[in-house]
Design a protein around this ligand. Structure first.
Ligand SMILES: [Zn+2]
Length: 281
């Protein structure tokens, strides 16, 4: 019998989604290399300098430009989904005074079957972004598409903006937006996670246990591997895994917070690399 929930993902589809996500990386954002570690060390050292002492952003509203790539059939995003995604971002970052807004009249929808199925670092990604991006100094470019390699999303880091402005932004699997159908990853936490990277955050499990440099945030529990379940524990030492942290790999329902240290780092990164977002009208 047909019901109003007939479009809701079945338990088989949920199981399949879990399997796909767990077989490879969930997120395609690159792991920090030596150069990135040096860049972020410089940024952290700058905390003590006058620039950050006097001018660090304490609150910010980031303007989101939604750019939806479709194949003509799949990939279409409704106004309701956009509004719920923005609400999810504001629920996640809002307690740290980082807020998001968007203008429905500026939403872009582009039909291109080749771009729709883009891979990380692919020619399709480069072509789509070159053609469709809004000024990254004014906007967070929020692309949705169908992604290769079972990835849910990826992002560029803030220190990449200067060298590759056209590539700036987050790329999100379209069905992870709230109500998009990629359950248990369709409550909008993928958008939050990737924007965390876009603001300079690493995964909480980055490089595993100390003495690695970890995620360069002091108040996140180091852990040796991504967690996928709410009751998982991969913590180094006697702590427990930050399964509720947006920069882990758990399902959307588990993810509820950023730490104070992550918010401080994000604001430092905005101050250093993205402060023009707040100067433009
Ligand atoms: Zn990630």
């Amino acid at each position: 019998m047909a019901s109003k929930d007939s479009d809701a993902p079945s338990s088989r589809e949920v199981k399949e989604m879990r399997r796909k996500v767990r077989e490879g990386p969930k997120c395609g954002t690159p792991v920090p290399n030596k150069w990135m570690r040096q860049v972020t060390k410089k940024a952290r050292d700058a905390q003590d300098k006058t620039l950050l002492k006097n001018n660090r952003i304490v609150s910010a509203t980031i303007k989101v430009k939604f750019i939806h790539i479709t194949d003509g059939t799949d990939g279409k995003i409704t106004q309701d989904m956009r509004q719920k995604q923005i609400k999810e971002l504001n629920d996640s970052f809002g307690s740290h005074n980082i807020k998001f807004s968007y203008n429905e009249e500026q939403v872009v929808e582009k039909k291109n079957a080749n771009w729709f199925n883009m891979g990380y670092g692919s020619a399709a990604e480069r072509q789509a972004k070159r053609k469709l991006h809004a000024d990254p100094k004014k906007y967070l470019n929020f692309y949705t598409a169908n992604l290769e390699d079972d990835l849910l999303g990826w992002a560029t880091f803030p220190w990449e903006l200067g060298g590759h402005p056209d590539m700036d932004g987050v790329v999100i699997l379209y069905s992870t937006l709230p109500g998009g159908g990629a359950a248990p990853y369709d409550e909008g936490a993928t958008g939050t996670h990737e924007i965390g990277h876009w603001l300079g955050l690493y995964h909480t499990f980055q490089d595993g246990c100390p003495p690695s440099e970890g995620d360069e945030v002091a108040d996140t529990q180091p852990h040796r591997a991504p967690d996928y379940d709410c009751d998982s524990n991969t913590a180094c030492g006697s702590g427990s895994s930050p399964v509720e942290n947006f920069m882990n790999y758990t399902e959307d329902a588990c993810m509820t917070k950023f730490t104070k240290g992550q918010a401080v780092r994000a604001k430092e990164m905005i101050t250093i690399y993205r402060n023009q977002l707040f100067r433009s009208k």
